[in-house]
Design a protein around this ligand. Structure first.
Ligand code: SF4
Length: 739
């Protein structure tokens, strides 16, 4: 469902052109996906009475999907489901009790200092989120990497797009997409790979569909093992075997090479490594590649035919590429194709990685992964550390030169009692990490668990020694960057309940309690000002994006001065920020997934999202309208697989893997490959015991990006006798996770 504000009529709800005195109109940014839709919220008192979007304004031109359109739903704001006051316990055998900010800040400061003194600075860790705004990520970065001196700071963005980060850096010398949404209106061929945009980036997909309807020459190719809603709209659906993306891209690139579809002039002027890449492609056995992809050669022929004629090619990709032990290879193989064809740096062309979370891009810019520093700097670079230390007024050597622990090793280290204390914020790793048994054991074993959230209870909050109440979207002012480098300010609509505070405020409050300098911020605008100045002269320069400019509207970086208009498209001059100024062809030679099916686990499980839910449902689970379509966990499977198991649609199934098992209802569809099953990761133990699909998923990760292989693990399916699952509901009885 797409809400299109251009369809509303004057006088109807959503068209308060002359708001009355009690009605306030505020500009905000949707807190869900990386499309970054801007929202107009009409507010009366502490209540949103209407949500629309400006049809003239970037990036969503009046459109919102069902998640954005239901942000006024009472369940989201109901105080009974909120964490309103700090809570703490001094000993694990005590119940959590309400505390004041002073008490809880003093306790955290005392415990972190003690753990640091006894076990060293790397005994503390922070695990955050691409849903934190830039101001919060910046202050946490300053607290952990600067003042505490540990780079053990990572976020759930490690799970969704760190392979895209590494891919861009390997190929272009710099993270961040070359493209913007304006390229959606210029492209002639869309290549969507590993992304179900119709579900996960629905507003962007709607823009593409509108363009394809108006311009029949514009075509869509979709690479996906499932016939998703996106694939169903494609001119060519390529039903890849999971894990064969690199083989397919090599096959296509080779076939195009054979046909002379190579932009020799672009390659000669702006790239390096082409000879090695071409030699590698020419050495490949195309028949073997076709076998690896397990598809009809006619499908390959059609894709080659479509790409063989000059046309502006825009590739859009997401977790299907990134969540893999070969995630970086998949990214660079696709970028190689663009370089080969010269389809980059011009309108409607380029490799465009989509972000899943609303501020995943902003988090990358602020450097919230364990090897990064603000402004696309790296902890391993002496000059980068020195520049950040100067800006933070820290003594030289305060920032460690060693990368910290990324997400999976961080929780593994905690489970071995090497890391002793963890602070989680704005994320629910007990549901979202791969191999959640390890995550639970890690939190159980930790000496100190601090969890910061706007909702309570959550699966992760149950392990906490300290709960810190955070203001949620609409209750704070903050800045986020969407998939296209567009930096937007989301305004506060009303106060948070109880004493909940913005995430940046909480980090600063603890920094002061620990006796550190540089945390005396009073407003989020002060934080932003300090951050934007630190980006001056960097590859993601946002120094020209002042608070005053953000109050008038969003801007795309690079934006290096206060009169700079922002940058729609990068690399249009063919200059790349590599030592030679050239983009690099990266030749990937490794192959395969981390684990393979066998007699015990003969099928492959892949995971993903559904349209109505967001991550672990802590917010969307409170909106009844969003649960109508898919109210409970399901597992998609091919009719032949269902028949072999004696399963009917809706029958409960136990999905068993090498690390755990989960129960879901069978959903039988011919739109999935035989031997492959699909389940969502939204449902955690708080919804019902034994339904968390991440109990099964594989924590093995890409050696470069450290992104785990959430999209591929070996499983077997077992029908569950209905009597075991309950008399009337085959899925275990619903618990009360969300109050
Ligand atoms: S497309 Fe994404 S950003 Fe836009 S309304 Fe939907 S969830 Fe929000």
């Amino acid at each position: 469902m797409i809400l299109d504000s251009s369809n509303t009529t004057p006088g109807a709800p959503g068209n308060h052109d002359t708001p009355g005195p009690a009605l306030r109109r505020r500009a905000a940014v949707c807190p869900y996906c990386g499309v970054g839709c801007r929202i107009t919220a009409d507010v009366v008192g502490e209540r949103i009475v209407n949500i629309t979007a400006d049809k003239q304004a970037v990036p969503n031109y009046g459109m919102l999907c069902q998640k954005g359109a239901t942000l006024k739903s009472p369940g989201i704001w109901d105080a009974s489901g909120r964490l309103k006051y700090p809570m703490m316990r001094r000993r694990r055998d005590e119940p959590l009790r309400r505390a004041t900010w002073d008490e809880v800040a003093e306790f955290i400061a005392e415990r972190l200092h003690a753990i640091r003194a006894e076990h060293g600075r790397d005994a503390c860790a922070f695990y955050g989120s691409g849903q934190l705004d830039t101001e919060a990520s910046y202050v946490f970065n300053k607290l952990f990497k600067g003042s505490l001196g540990t780079n053990n700071m990572d976020t759930n963005s490690r799970l969704c797009m760190s392979s895209a980060v590494s891919g861009y850096i390997q190929s272009f010398g710099c993270d961040g997409p070359p493209t913007s949404y304006e390229d959606l209106f210029e492209a002639e061929v869309y290549l969507v790979a590993g992304a179900n945009m119709a579900v996960n980036h629905p507003v962007l997909f709607n823009m593409m569909r509108k363009r394809m309807a108006r311009r029949p020459h514009v075509k869509l190719i979709v690479l996906d093992p499932r016939r998703t809603q996106t694939a169903a709209a494609a001119d060519i659906h390529v039903p890849l075997v999971p894990g064969s993306d690199v083989a397919f891209l090599h096959l296509i690139s080779r076939r195009l090479l054979d046909r002379g579809r190579v932009d020799e002039a672009y390659i000669a002027a702006h790239t390096e490594g082409f000879d090695t890449y071409r030699d590698h492609l020419m050495s490949l056995d195309t028949a073997a590649l076709l076998t690896e992809c397990d598809m009809d050669e006619a499908v390959v022929d059609r894709v080659v035919e479509m790409l063989a004629r000059p046309a502006r090619l825009l590739s859009l990709y997401c977790q299907g590429f990134n969540q893999s032990v070969r995630g970086v290879d998949k990214n660079t193989a696709l970028i190689n194709l663009h370089l080969q064809l010269g389809e980059i740096g011009k309108p409607g062309a380029g490799p465009f990685s989509l972000t899943g979370q609303p501020n995943a891009m902003g988090g990358r810019e602020v450097g919230y992964l364990c090897h990064q520093l603000p402004g696309y700097r790296f902890v391993t670079d002496d000059e980068h550390r020195a520049a950040v230390e100067r800006h933070w007024r820290l003594a030289p050597g305060s920032i460690s030169p060693a990368p910290g622990l990324s997400a999976v090793p961080m929780f593994e280290s905690l489970s071995r009692s090497e890391v002793k204390a963890i602070w989680t914020a704005c994320t629910n790793p007990v549901v979202s990490m791969p191999d959640t048994a390890t995550t639970r054991a890690a939190l159980q074993r930790a000496e100190l668990v601090i969890h910061q959230d706007c909702y309570h209870p959550t699966e992760t909050g149950r392990f906490a020694d300290v709960l810190l109440p955070a203001a949620q979207w609409g209750e704070k002012t903050g800045t986020m960057t969407n998939s296209e480098r567009l930096v937007s300010r989301s305004q506060k609509l009303f106060d948070a309940p109880g004493v909940a505070m913005p995430d940046w405020w909480i980090a600063a409050r603890i920094g002061r309690a620990m006796g550190f300098d540089g945390f005396d911020y009073v407003t989020s605008e002060q934080v932003w000002d300090e951050y934007r100045q630190l980006t001056a002269g960097t590859l993601c320069d946002q120094s020209g994006i002042t608070n005053a400019r953000l109050a008038s509207g969003p801007l795309r970086w690079p934006c290096p001065s206060e009169d700079h208009p922002g940058t729609v498209r990068r690399y249009d001059d063919g200059e790349f920020p590599t030592p030679t100024g050239r983009a690099r062809f990266i030749t990937a030679t490794a192959a395969g997934a981390d684990e393979t099916p066998d007699d015990d686990y003969p099928m492959v499980l892949t995971t993903g999202r559904i349209a109505g839910q967001w991550h672990t449902r802590t917010r969307t689970g409170k909106v009844p309208e969003l649960s109508r379509e898919d109210p409970e966990p399901f597992v998609e499977m091919h009719p032949a697989d269902a028949k072999a198991l004696g399963l009917r649609d809706g029958h409960p199934v136990r999905i068993a893997g090498r690390r755990g098992a989960a129960i879901a209802k069978a959903r039988i569809t011919a739109g999935i490959r035989r031997g492959l099953v699909f389940a969502t990761f939204h449902f955690g133990d708080g919804y019902a015991a034994g339904v968390n699909i991440n109990d099964l998923t594989n924590p093995a990760f890409d050696p470069i990006s450290k992104q785990p292989e959430l999209k591929y693990c070996a499983v077997r399916l077992e029908p569950v006798p209905v009597s075991e699952a309950g008399d009337s509901d085959p899925v275990p009885a619903e618990a009360t996770h969300d109050g």
